[in-house]
Design a protein around this ligand. Structure first.
Ligand code: TYM
Length: 333
């Protein structure tokens, strides 16, 4: 039997190379393995945990969908939909919120990072967002969830919630405990300006990331300006972790050229940085530009995108609604 895959991406704009390498690229590979059933969700309910401009949100839902399609996710093969069209997500997440413990949520590092110093001012939604994420996954009996490194803790929480629900309600295996699919390498792409910070949509410096919609010149310029150091290109991966910017750039190159880090190190050892950077820019342009051109093309036709989401959501609804009905019965409604 193949895997049941579920994953989601927030429509908050500025989709970047980290989202692509850490998540979307793997979605496509999983879709293309035989026998997998894949569901990819534009998680708009998650997006509103921080304030969004309604018109921008609508645009970003379409843009994220366009990025899925442009990267190679096929609506004939995989279910593509946006979360808010399937009410079961909100309904299921309420029931699961009554199973999850405050202590578990208090440990979530992403909440601490996103809420910043003034936790009192963060939305309640931001705090319980990992419960919504658990509902997303558990309503589809997903067996495997491909994500970047930063979502690992949220996935562990989903597993804990599933296990506690099953045990509290004596319903062994009713909620399937999902496996995270986090790649061993390249699952955490770092900022181009600081190799110790994650590449992120919310970094105020646009030079810190390659956006999926960047043009060729922007890509070349950003790689030219990417932080490096004064040492030569490494000859081995010894102590590479002491050079996080270099490790990151080598990782991006390796992932996009589908080779391991060691081969990339061999390819460039003894060369100078400017040679490496121009090859790196070249491969990013080669892989990202067709995607960005296709996103722009698809965005010209919002109705086409909306229709895909509508038809995907009908398929998703069928699955999720059934599961919520059962969930409610088990709880005693
Ligand atoms: P989001 O929208 O922040 O990110 C989408 C995906 O991109 C990955 N990612 C990265 N990977 C490597 N390096 C980076 N710098 C980087 N930045 C982001 C993320 O790990 C993620 O896989 N909560 C999720 C969305 C979500 C979800 C779900 C995921 C909601 N429900 C159910 C899986 C299953 C999020 O905010 O991802």
């Amino acid at each position: 039997m193949g895997k049941k895959i579920f994953s989601g991406v927030q429509p908050t704009g500025n989709l970047h190379l980290g989202n692509y390498i850490g998540a979307i690229k793997n979605f496509v590979d999983l879709q293309n393995e035989t026998d997998n059933q894949c569901i990819f969700c534009v998680v708009d309910l998650h997006a509103i945990t921080v304030k969004q401009d309604p018109n921008e949100l609508k645009k970003n839902i379409r843009e994220t969908t366009a990025a899925f399609l442009a990267s190679g996710i096929k609506p004939e093969q995989s279910i593509i939909f946006n979360q808010s069209l399937v009410p079961a997500h909100a309904e299921g997440s309420w029931i699961l919120a009554c199973v999850a413990r405050m202590g578990w949520l208090n440990r979530m590092t992403q909440f601490k990072e996103k809420a910043g110093k003034d936790k009192e001012k963060a939305s309640v939604g931001l705090y319980i967002y990992p419960v919504l994420m658990a509902a997303d996954i558990l309503l589809y009996d997903a067996t495997h969830v491909p994500v970047g490194e930063d979502q690992k803790q949220h996935l562990e929480l989903s597993r804990d919630i599933a296990q506690k629900f099953n045990s509290d309600f004596n319903s062994l295996n009713f909620l399937k405990v999902p496996e995270p699919l986090i790649q061993k390498s390249f699952s955490r792409i770092m900022s181009l300006k600081d190799g110790r910070k994650k590449m992120s949509k919310s970094d105020p410096s646009d030079l810190s990331r390659i956006n999926l919609k960047d043009g060729k010149d922007e890509i070349v310029n950003k790689i030219k300006k990417a932080k490096t150091d004064n040492d030569p290109m490494p000859a081995s991966d010894d102590k590479l972790n002491e050079r996080p910017e270099i490790e990151n750039l080598l990782g991006i190159y390796s992932s996009l050229s589908n080779q391991n880090l060691k081969s990339t190190i061999n390819d460039f050892s003894g060369k100078n940085f400017s040679d490496f950077k121009s090859k790196l820019a070249e491969i990013i342009v080669e892989k990202i530009s067709p995607i960005s051109d296709e996103i722009r093309r698809l965005e010209q036709d919002p109705k086409f995108i909306d229709d895909i989401l509508k038809s995907g959501s009908k398929k998703a609804e069928k699955i999720a609604k059934l599961k919520v009905e059962e969930l409610k019965k088990i709880v005693g409604f």
